[in-house]
Write a protein that binds this ligand. Sequence first.
Ligand SMILES: Nc1ncnc2c1ncn2[C@@H]1O[C@H](COP(=O)(O)OP(=O)(O)OP(=O)(O)O)[C@@H](O)[C@H]1O
Ligand SMILES: [Mg+2]
Length: 278
Amino acid sequence: MPSIETVAEPLVSLRDLHLSFGANPVLKGIDLDVHRGQAVSIIGPSGSGKSTILRCITGLLQPQRGSIRVGATEVHTLAKEAQRIELRKRVGFVFQQYNLFPHLSVLENLVIAPRKVLGRSRAEAEKEARALLAKVRMEHKADAYPGQLSGGQQQRVAIARALAMRPELILFDEVTSALDPETVGEVLTVIRELTEEGMTCVLVTHEMRFAEEISDIVYFTENGVIVEHGSAAQIFQHPSSERTQEFLRHALGDPGRRPANANDPYLLTNLSRYSLSV
Ligand SMILES: Nc1ncnc2c1ncn2[C@@H]1O[C@H](COP(=O)(O)OP(=O)(O)OP(=O)(O)O)[C@@H](O)[C@H]1O
Ligand SMILES: [Mg+2]
C-alpha cells in the first residue's frame, strides 16, 4: 500500500530557495509546499519576499540555490525560455495590475491565448470564455473594452482570463490592493468560490481576514525567511512566533476587538452586500 506521503505529494514544492538581487539577499532558504486543491496564503511585511516567491514558482526568476518543483517540472533546471513558457501555460498568475489587452474586447481577451497558445478552435475557446465570464459574473460585459470597466470588473476578467488556460494552479499577488474598497468584495467572492471548487491557489495578500477564512495553510514571511507556517487557525489564533504575533496585531488591530465591525467589507459574511456590481 502506498504511504500517505506518496499519495499526497505536493503539487508545488520549494526547498531551500535562495535568491539575491545583486548583493541583496531576498530569499534566504524558503521551504514551501502546496498540495492539490489547497488554498495557501503567504502573508508578511512589505519587502519580505512574497512576490519573489511567486515569481520563482512561475520561472520568472531563477534562484541561485535550492529547488522548485511544479508537478513533474523541476523549474529551477529550466534553461530555455520555451520551457518556461510551457510552465506558464499550466500556472495562472494574476497581479495587482490587471494587464488586460486594452484594444481587445473582454471576450477576445479570454479567447486569444487558448487559441494562439493552446490551439483551440474559435468556437471552443469562445464557448469556454463565455462560461468563465458567467462564472465571474461578467458575461454581460463580453463585448465591452477593459477601459469601460471598473477596477473590480477588470480584475474579475483577468481571473477569468487566467482560468481560460485551464491552469493546474493560480497564483494571486495582491489582486485587490489597487481596487476601490467597494469593489474589493466582488473579487474576493470570485477567489473564494474558486478555492471552494478545489482550484489550487497561492495567494499573497494583505487582507488578513480573507486569508484567515479561505486558507488551508498560511505562511508568514519576514526578511526572506518563513518565520512559521500552519493552518489558518494556528497562524491567526495561536501564532507561535513573537514576530507573527506582532505583525498580526498591527495588521488585524487589537485581537481583543475582534470579531470585526459588522460593516467590514473584508469580512466574508458581509461580501454579498458589496458584491458583483454590474
Ligand atoms: N527586480 C528586482 N531587482 C532588485 N531588487 C528587487 C527586485 N524585485 C524585488 N526586489 C527586492 O526584493 C525584496 C523583496 O521584494 P518582494 O517584491 O518579493 O516583496 P513583497 O513581500 O512582495 O513586498 P510587498 O508586500 O511590498 O509587495 C525587496 O527588498 C525588493 O526591493
Ligand atoms: Mg509583493
